[in-house]
Ligand binder design. Structure first.
Ligand SMILES: Cc1ncc(COP(=O)(O)O)c(C=O)c1O
Length: 400
């Protein structure tokens, strides 16, 4: 895969000597004495330790410091965008994007019914109204024909979500957006590096948002980023992120902004993570391929497949559980836990949750939500661990 990774190498990372060797952090799952396999754990090691230590020793631990701009520039370039604006997390990135685009009361934003709640919340915070579109039964991402059906004179934006590392149908959605003069806010929190025809998640729309929570493709602990090619929008996001204060006039506030800044310590972790992002994605794709191979032909298990022309990053390797598999999805989650294997049920459709309940839930999202399971997906998983998980699933399939 052509990565376009900027020139960050181990050799560019300062090596501050540690007084005592810190615990070795690579490949943590394989070191758990009880054999428990978590759903996800970050892949951290020496590059992260060294940069955090350097930041600690420099005293630049808050939101001024060289690693913030470095991380923004490297990650935006990696995604193929001109500007990166770090934020305190993925939710604040999304909120900042919706706010900076001027959306508010009276406006509608079309959001997929199947996503993490932060997608819709970020719209709700501004006073705009999230309108839920059903998802495609094959890709599980927002269905363009559903979006088309839901566009009204109040619609101002579409928020595609690249669910579980699978790209939404961006070419079709961008066509719709152009035809109806809509902004596109890509929620790429789960899809760093995923692409369609080589064009990466987050770089298709007006603006793209990422999360760097500990279970994401790359992490800064907590953290987020917006990417965009629009210099004016980028400057506006940057200013709103810092209490609405223009860079050239301290303590002057043209409007009410936010403190959505990331710290230099977190950004340092992000810069170190950029040295391994390609390897994380390579491993995750290999892990997904191994799952698919070892579970092929198991009746009642359908693995998430990569869409045509797309590169999925398999944030969470996911499957649908149906008859004749002898356990329901919920029973399977419990049975796996008894085997010391962690898993997650799919998100509830947002139009079934109390704040957003419509009484008329999206049928495809509801069906997927009841049948879907996320399997352990850490980049640190060994092939022996994936084999153990697959053997357990095959045993359940055979004996219930
Ligand atoms: C699709 C989606 N959007 C937004 C977010 C919010 O990111 P954060 O947890 O960093 O606020 C997440 C996080 O899990 C997510 O999965």
């Amino acid at each position: 895969m052509d990565t376009g990774t900027p020139a960050v190498t181990e050799s560019t990372i300062a090596k501050a000597p540690a007084k005592e060797p810190l615990p070795y952090l690579e490949h943590q799952t394989s070191q758990r004495p009880d054999g428990f396999i978590p759903i996800y754990e970050p892949w951290l090691g020496e590059p992260e330790e060294n940069l955090v230590q350097e930041v600690m020793r420099s005293g630049w631990i808050s939101s001024a410091g060289k690693y913030i701009r470095q991380f923004e520039e490297e990650f935006a370039a990696y995604c193929g965008s001109s500007h990166g604006i770090t934020t305190s997390n993925g939710t604040t990135a999304l909120h900042l994007a919706v706010h900076a685009l001027g959306l508010g009361p009276g406006d509608e934003v079309i959001v997929p019914a199947l996503t993490f709640v932060a997608s819709a919340n970020s719209v709700h915070y501004t006073g705009a109204h999230p309108v839920f579109a059903d998802v495609d039964p094959h890709t599980w991402t927002i269905a363009p024909d559903e979006v088309a059906r839901l566009i009204t004179p109040r619609t101002r934006a579409i928020m595609p979500v690249h669910l579980y590392g699978q790209m939404a149908a961006m070419p079709e959605l961008m066509d719709l957006a152009r035809a109806h003069d809509l902004r596109v806010i890509e929620d790429a929190a789960e899809a760093h590096g995923a692409a369609i025809d080589g064009r990466r998640a987050g770089s298709w729309g007006t603006i793209g948002a990422f999360s760097f929570f500990a279970n994401k493709i790359i992490t800064t602990g907590e953290g987020g980023m917006l990417i965009t090619d629009d210099a004016t929008l980028a400057a506006r996001c940057r200013q709103l992120r810092d209490h609405g204060m223009p860079p050239e006039r301290r303590y002057w506030h043209d409007e009410v902004g936010f403190n959505y800044r990331i710290t230099n310590m977190q950004a340092a972790v992000g810069v170190a993570q950029m040295t391994r992002i390609d390897e994380v994605i390579r491993r995750k794709r290999a892990i997904a391929a191994q799952y698919a191979q070892e579970l092929a032909g198991v009746p009642g298990i359908t693995m998430m497949a990569e869409g045509e022309g797309t590169t999925a990053v398999f944030w969470l390797v996911s499957a649908l559980i149906d008859s004749p598999f002898p356990l329901s999805r919920d029973e399977l989650v419990v049975a796996l836990r008894q085997e010391r294997i962690d898993s997650r049920p799919f998100f509830h459709p947002l139009d079934t949750l109390p704040p957003y309940r419509s009484g008329n839930p999206s049928p495809v999202a509801l069906s997927l939500s009841r049948r879907g399971i996320n399997l352990p997906s850490s980049p640190t998983l060994s092939s022996a661990q994936v084999s153990r998980i697959c053997a357990t699933l095959r045993r359940f399939a055979a004996h219930g």
